[in-house]
Design a protein around this ligand. Sequence first.
Ligand SMILES: *Cc1c(COP(=O)(O)O)cnc(C)c1O
Length: 375
Amino acid sequence: MSDFLPFTRPYIDEAAIAAVGNVLRSGWITSGPKVLEFEKQLSAYFGGRPVRTFNSGTCTMEIALRIAGIGPGDEVITTPISWVATSNVIIEVGATPVFADIDPVTRNIDLDKVEAAITPKTRAIIPVDLSGLPVDRDRLYAIAAKHKLRVVEDAAQAIGSLWKGKRIGSFGDFVSFSFQANKNLTTTEGGCLVLNNEDEARLAEKYRLQGVTRTGFDGMDVDVLGGKFNMTDVAAAIGLNQLPQLDAITARRHALAKHYFATFGEDFEKQTGAQLPVTDFTNTNWHMFQIVLPEGVVRAAFMEKMKARNIGCGVHYPPIHLFQMYRARGFHEGMFPVAESVGRRIVSLPMFPKMSEVDVERVVVAVREVLSQKS
Ligand SMILES: *Cc1c(COP(=O)(O)O)cnc(C)c1O
């Protein structure tokens, strides 16, 4: 049988490994010149906006909420179909997460439902670009402007994605990216936050490192409660290696997605009742290739049969509001029916730059085989 094909595998080349070795030998292994250089290059990539790096994507959203002054008594609207970090950060700053159901086609937050969820306590929206497919930025920012809300874009999966020809991150309010191992650009763990101005960037630096401000040779003061969220030069060296390769990585993902559609064929949805992702070769970076299984197919059984064919699948994501901690806050089944239905049936198929066209064909054959069996 063919080798095991995972649903993703980080893209790390020999030059990245050599760059890490150089940092480790340099005598400066935590935040230093590589972090500053990476931030400079990220800022250039995002059209000159201020950018700061961190040790995760999660903390960038928490820090953005703190910079916006969001806390107890405030409501923040987000999607139930995301990595749980997206709503955990709202609770972390003491605010209240409010979910709006998703659109069944894009699987992103439904902006009609966002408008319906706004109350006098709403202070911000955290939209998520699932799989890198961007939420409609025109509509999103029109809603935010109308109701005077801040936006923290959870663009963790959307580096390299575009909206109307502009890079996600090059416009808008706060934009958060993750460089976790599975993301299109990785630093092993890490993230960055695109900010609006230098005042916000300075505050982000304080929240990143214990609230400390240094002056002169020996001056130091603390005026806000910060944490420990700085990126290391080891991580930044990997990011510096990856950023110039990002366009090629995105192009490769596009080619693989195109091959998935061509191999599944036009009749796949009609024949099986499964749903393919939105066919988009303009905006999305194809972070994942996700299908929604037909009603009645048990996902765990599907994944087990794929595994038996040496193919790994992922689940991104079970609905957040049905986790125990969220149920304890009053959420329950039936509140967000589209998210619940998609969340039960969504599966991520293998998608990473180093897989081959033959791998794609192997996956499609396996999916068709498994779906044609009665479970
Ligand atoms: C990866 C991811 C995060 C969190 O990023 P970390 O770097 O793991 O903290 C948040 N939201 C989404 C949608 C993600 O995919």
